[in-house]
Design a protein around this ligand. Structure first.
Ligand SMILES: [Zn+2]
Length: 96
């Protein structure tokens, strides 16, 4: 069973969590100033990268809080998790 570390509760089974999409996607401050293409890009286009990816998760069957996590999409292993609002940590793989 895959364990996911909630920054508020600690390690819990994966069935307690829901994926919430890519992390660090900021809503534009003035959406009416955007073109249709820019709005479409904000709504639908995500990086979908191979390797370590920043994601938003929610501990739905625990504390109910959202948090961010770095997960390697190749190995499906979580590198780390951190609270919403904290900066994205730099994993060892990216420090080289
Ligand atoms: Zn929790």
């Amino acid at each position: 069973m895959l364990l996911i570390h909630c920054p508020y509760c600690g390690a819990r089974p994966e069935i307690e969590f829901r994926y919430g999409g890519e992390a660090h996607i900021a809503r534009p401050s003035d959406p009416s100033a955007l073109s249709d293409g820019q709005w479409t890009e904000f709504l639908f286009l995500r990086s979908n990268r191979k390797g370590v990816h920043a994601e938003r998760w929610r501990h739905t069957h625990g504390c109910g809080r959202f948090f961010n996590a770095l997960r390697d999409t190749v190995t499906d292993k979580f590198v780390t998790s951190y609270k919403i609002g904290d900066p994205r940590p730099v994993p060892d793989e990216e420090r080289r």
